[in-house]
Ligand binder design. Structure first.
Ligand code: ADP
Ligand code: MG
Length: 698
C-alpha cells in the first residue's frame, strides 16, 4: 500500500518535474493526498433545468429554459445596465448586463427559446442573474451533461495546460490507479454511527459527482472528518493536560480581595463582570490549572476583572502578572491598577523594554524575592531574566497580539504552571472559538457598564471633507478630542506613511488654532510615548495615527473617531478602533470616511458598522463576509486555521456534532488505544505531530 501523503505527484502519469513544480508553487500540491484534497471550488449543474419559481437563496449556478419578454435599459453612469425580462411560464427573472448591450440586443430576440445559465443573486426578495451564459435551445444536447466540477487554477497553470479540466483528469488518474490505498480515515463503527459515506465514495463523488445529493453526502463526510480531527486533537490534549498538570489551589478569598471589593471598588460591578469573576474564582480553586479565555467587547471592563483575579492570587500567597502587547497599553494598565490600589498595601510594578537598566535590576531582584506582588508589562515579562518567587496567575491582554511561543513562555515562569487567563476584545464567533480555542474554558462579558451612550456611527465620502472638518471643530470647541486613523497595510508601509504625513499637513492647515499630534509604528518608543501623552493629557486636540492605537488606549475625553480609508479595514478592526471613543459621559461619534468607489462587500461592511455596536454581531458578520481564513485573531498571530472544505461560517452544526462525537469517543477511550480506534490514533499523529499543540498553550 502506498502512502498517499508521501507519494509525489511527479510520479503521476502526465505530470513530470515541470508541472509538479508549478503545482507545488501555485496551489501547494505536492503529494497524491494533496491533489485528492484539492477540492473543486464550485460545481455547475447542467443536469437539470430549474423553474424560475423554484429559485431561492444561495443556489449554485443553475440552468433555465424560456424566452425573453422584452429588454430595457435602466440606471445612469456606472450603474447603467441592460435588463432582459426572461420567463419560463412559472415566473419572470431579470437577466442583467453591464456591458455588451448592442451584441445582446442583436443576438437574443424576444420570442425565441433559449437556455440560460448563471447564478441567481438576491436583491432583497427579488432575484436576478448577472451576465448569464445563453445558448439557443437547439444546442441542448451539448449543454446538458451533469455536474461539472471547477478547480481553482492560476494564469501560470493555464499557460502550462493545467486548467480545471486537466486537474480533474489528474485526479481521475490517481483514483483509477488506486483501490486499496483509499483506506478509510475514520473507523467503521464511527461512520455507521454518524451515517456517513466511506472515504472512497467521498473521494469519487467530490471529484466526479453523480448527483447533487451524492455530492452533498461526500462534502458532509469530508467536512465532518476535517472538523472531527481538530476537535479530537484538541479535546485529547486538553484532557491529558488536565490529568497531568495539577493546578495551584487558590482555596480562599482573603483580605486583599475583600478589602478592595468592599472599600475601594469605585463602582458596582456589572452582572457580567460578577459572573465572570465567580467563574474564574471557582476555576482557580478547583485544583485544576485554569486555562481560560475572557472575551469582552471593548470597554466592557476586563481590566477590573483581571485586577480582582490577581488579588485572589495575592490572597493565596502568590504573585500575579499581566502582559500587554504595547508599551502604551502596559503603561496604562499599570496606571489603572496602581490607581485602584493606591490606598492598599500592594506592591505593583511596571516592566517594559524601556525600563532603565538600574531600575530593571532593582525590579528583577524584587520580583525574585516576591516583594513585588503584581507585575505589569510588555514582552519584557517573558525574558529569561524575569524570575518570579511564586507566580500564581499570568494574564495576557489582547492575547491575539502575541505569538504562540511568547504565550507559552509565560507558562514556564513558575515551577508549577500558573493559572492562565487570556483576554481579548476581539469577539470571536462561537464556531471559530471552538476550533481555535476549543480546549480553553471561555468566559464572556456581554454587558457594558451602565450609562454608556451608544456611539453614533456614520459613513461619509471623502469628497466632502469640509462638512467633516466643521463637525470636528465644533466638537473640539466643546472641549472634546478627536482621533483620526489612517490604514496601515502590510507590505506597503511607505504609501501609508505618505497618507498619514499628508493628512498631518492637511490637519495642521485646516486647524491652525488646535494642537495636532501624530503617532505611528515607525517612531521611536520614546517619541511615540511623548506624542501619545500629549493627547492623553489633553494638550493635543487631535491625534493622527496609524493602527498603533487600535488596542486598549483609554482617553475618555476623546469623543470622535475618524477612520480614513475605512474601506481598507476589516470589520473587527473598525470595531476595535471605534471602541477608543464612547468611554466618557459625552455622546461619541465614529466617522467612517471612504472613497466613492466601493465594492458590494465593502459597502455591506460599512453598513454593518453604521447599524451595529455589538462586537459579537459584527464578528459573526465578518465571518460570513470574509470567511475564517482572514479573520482577525487568526491571521495576526500567524496561527490561521487551514480548512480545506469545512466553512466555519456555515458549518456550525456539523462542528458541534463533530465535537460531540470526539467527546464521546474520548470518554470511552481517552488514549485511543482500543483496536477500533487505531485509525484515529494514527491519523492524529500524522496530522498534528508537527503542528502547534494548542492544548499546551493558551
Ligand atoms: P476593556 O474591557 O476594553 O479592557 P476597560 O477595562 O478598559 O475595558 O474598562 C473601560 C472603562 O470602563 C474603564 O474606564 C473602567 O474604569 C470602566 N468600568 C469598568 N467596569 C465598570 C463598571 N462596572 N461600572 C462603571 N465603569 C466601569
Ligand atoms: Mg482592555
Amino acid at each position: 500500500m502506498i502512502d498517499l501523503e508521501r507519494r509525489s505527484i511527479v510520479y503521476l502519469p502526465g505530470v513530470g518535474p515541470k508541472k509538479a513544480e508549478l503545482l507545488e508553487k501555485e496551489i501547494g500540491v505536492r503529494s497524491y493526498a494533496d491533489l485528492l484534497s484539492f477540492y473543486p471550488y464550485k460545481y455547475i449543474d447542467r443536469s437539470r433545468f430549474y423553474k424560475i419559481s423554484e429559485i431561492e437563496g444561495n443556489m449554485p449556478y443553475i440552468q433555465l429554459k424560456g424566452r425573453f419578454q422584452y429588454f430595457e435599459t435602466v440606471g445612469e453612469g456606472r450603474s447603467k445596465r441592460l435588463i432582459g425580462k426572461f420567463t419560463d411560464g412559472t415566473g419572470v427573472i431579470d437577466l442583467v448586463w453591464f456591458k455588451g448591450v448592442n451584441y445582446i440586443l442583436e443576438k437574443y430576440k424576444p420570442g425565441a427559446d433559449f437556455i440560460v445559465f448563471g447564478k441567481p443573486v438576491a436583491f432583497g426578495r427579488v432575484y436576478n442573474i448577472p451576465h448569464p451564459d445563453i445558448d439557443p435551445m437547439s444546442s441542448i444536447e451539448q449543454v446538458a451533461s451533469g455536474l461539472t466540477p471547477y478547480y481553482s487554477t492560476t494564469e501560470k497553470m493555464k499557460k502550462a495546460f493545467l486548467n480545471s479540466r486537466a486537474i480533474q483528469n489528474l485526479v481521475y488518474t490517481i483514483l483509477n490507479s488506486l483501490t486499496d490505498e483509499l483506506a478509510d480515515s475514520l473507523p467503521e463503527y464511527l461512520l455507521k454511527r454518524v451515517g456517513m459515506v466511506s472515504f472512497k465514495e467521498a473521494m469519487y463523488q467530490i471529484h466526479f459527482p453523480d448527483s447533487t445529493e451524492k455530492l452533498r453526502n461526500a462534502q458532509t463526510r469530508l467536512k465532518f472528518e476535517e472538523l472531527f480531527y481538530i476537535q479530537l486533537n484538541m479535546l485529547q490534549t486538553a484532557g491529558q493536560r488536565k490529568l497531568r498538570i495539577k493546578g495551584l489551589v487558590f482555596s480562599h478569598v482573603g483580605s486583599y480581595f475583600n478589602t478592595f471589593y468592599s472599600d475601594y471598588l469605585p463602582f458596582e460591578l456589572t452582572g457580567a463582570q460578577k459572573r465572570v469573576v465567580r467563574e474564574i474564582r471557582t476555576d482557580m480553586g478547583s485544583g485544576r490549572q485554569m486555562n481560560r479565555l475572557l472575551q469582552g467587547d471593548v470597554g466592557s471592563g476586563k481590566t477590573l476583572v483581571a485586577l480582582l483575579s490577581m488579588l485572589l492570587a495575592l490572597d493565596n500567597g502568590y504573585q500575579a502578572c499581566m502582559m500587554a502587547p504595547t508599551e502604551i497599553l502596559a503603561t496604562q494598565h499599570f496606571a489603572t491598577v496602581a490607581g485602584f490600589l493606591k490606598d492598599m498595601d500592594v506592591k505593583v510594578a511596571l516592566l517594559t523594554g524601556s525600563t532603565r537598566k538600574k531600575e530593571r535590576e532593582r525590579l528583577l531582584a524584587q520580583i525574585a524575592e516576591g516583594e513585588i506582588q503584581i507585575l505589569i508589562g510588555t514582552h519584557a515579562l517573558i525574558e529569561d531574566t524575569v524570575v518570579f518567587s511564586s507566580l500564581g496567575l499570568a494574564i495576557i491582554d489582547e492575547q491575539h497580539r502575541f505569538g504562540v511561543e511568547q504565550r507559552s513562555r509565560l507558562w514556564k515562569k513558575n515551577k508549577q504552571i500558573p493559572h492562565v487567563l487570556v483576554m481579548t476584545a476581539t469577539p470571536i464567533p462561537r464556531t471559530l472559538a471552538m476550533t481555535l480555542y476549543g480546549d480553553l474554558d471561555v468566559s464572556v462579558i456581554d454587558e457594558l457598564p451602565p450609562g454608556r451612550k451608544p456611539i453614533k456611527t456614520v459613513h461619509r465620502y471623502d469628497t466632502n471633507k469640509k462638512q467633516l472638518y466643521d463637525f470636528l471643530r465644533k466638537e473640539i470647541e466643546l472641549g472634546r478630542q478627536v482621533y483620526v486613523v489612517f490604514p496601515l497595510i502590510e507590505g506597503s508601509e511607505k504609501l501609508d506613511y505618505k497618507d498619514l504625513e499628508e493628512g498631518y499637513e492637511v490637519f495642521k492647515d485646516v486647524f491652525p488654532e488646535f494642537t495636532v499630534s501624530m503617532v505611528h509604528g515607525r517612531m521611536k518608543a520614546a517619541d511615540k510615548e511623548a506624542e501619545m501623552n500629549r493627547f492623553i493629557s489633553g494638550e493635543a486636540h487631535i491625534l493622527l495615527a496609524t493602527t498603533v492605537i487600535e488596542v486598549g488606549v483609554n482617553v475618555p475625553n476623546a469623543s470622535v473617531m475618524v477612520i480614513e480609508s475605512a474601506e481598507r479595514f476589516g470589520l473587527s478592526q473598525l470595531h476595535q478602533l471605534r471602541g477608543r471613543v464612547g468611554r466618557g459621559a459625552e455622546q461619541s461619534y465614529c466617522v467612517l470616511v471612504s472613497s466613492y468607489k466601493l465594492s458590494n462587500d465593502t459597502r455591506k461592511r460599512l453598513e454593518i458598522m453604521v447599524n451595529s455596536n455589538d462586537g459579537f454581531e459584527i464578528a459573526e458578520a465578518d465571518l460570513r463576509l470574509r470567511g475564517h481564513g482572514d479573520l482577525e485573531g487568526t491571521r495576526q498571530s500567524g496561527e490561521g486555521i487551514d480548512l480545506k472544505i469545512a466553512d466555519l461560517s456555515s458549518d456550525g452544526q456539523l462542528l458541534q456534532y463533530a465535537r460531540d462525537m470526539a467527546q464521546m469517543i474520548l470518554a470511552e477511550d481517552p488514549d485511543l488505544t482500543e483496536e477500533r480506534n487505531l485509525v484515529l490514533n494514527q491519523k492524529l499523529k500524522k496530522l498534528f505531530s508537527n503542528k502547534i499543540n494548542w492544548g499546551m498553550i493558551s
